[in-house]
Design a protein around this ligand. Sequence first.
Ligand code: SF4
Length: 299
Amino acid sequence: MPQLLDTELRQAVEDAAAHLYVWSLKDIPQDLRDALAAAAERETSEPGRRVLSTILRNVEVADDAENLVCQDTGIAVYTCRVGEHFPLHPARIYEALREGTARATLEHPLRSNAVHTLTRENTGPNVGHRLPIVHWEFVDGWDGLDVKCVPKGSGSESMSFLKMCTPAEGVKGIKQFVLESVVGAGGRPCPPGIVGVGIGGSADYAMYLAKEAIARPIGTRNPDPHVAALEDELFGLLNETGIGPMGLGGDVTVLNCHVEHADTHMTLNPVAVNYQCWAARRATAHVAADGGVEFDREA
Ligand code: SF4
């Protein structure tokens, strides 16, 4: 197969990004639909049941009308896994994601949320200085590109917390901080959603890990058995808080709890919490070196 020109491959990535942003906002993954339906089954409080039934109806209406599941189009966040042999430089990939985000916003059209942090003036169609946000991973010996889009609503993103625990506080300190954070957040992050926890690394990396945790399919478990046991324990504890759907009280406060970890300095014990609301939107595009694109709602 002849080598694609940079411009053609760049265009394929831009088109993929434009589609991903809109699609992720409209068509939520099956694991999320299943988790919401299971939550509605197990919720026993009357207000909680009403909230969950309204959420399920909201998803149905969005499907029927091919419209957004929530008005908040969020901040566009992408994670790119770039193969060592993918024939487009990351600088061009970033350009393509930025253009794709702007095009999706103008063409759909979507609400544009991007503002200058100090002046609060709109900076463009969901783009601006360092927007969209792109995280990078590089994969040895591969020639593909995976782009995952996780638009993050402000209600849940505002419920992000970081604590530099001491090593002496240990796992107990981590659990206590996660519980305090979720209880303090109450109904504000539109529960029930996914609680992402990042532990270890440094302050910034712990928060990055918490964001990575919320982007996993619901209920998946960390391959490290110690971390997976912590996920199970936190999931149980968080649902004993009684906060319930939208904070109105009930059995289902979270759909799950995911934890990602990194090794850390011997005198550090960072823990970050990032809440993802019930509208836990995510969608992925697999881009091949020849410009072929496959979309994947479940990754
Ligand atoms: S937190 Fe989520 S569900 Fe709530 S308004 Fe924002 S995007 Fe919508």
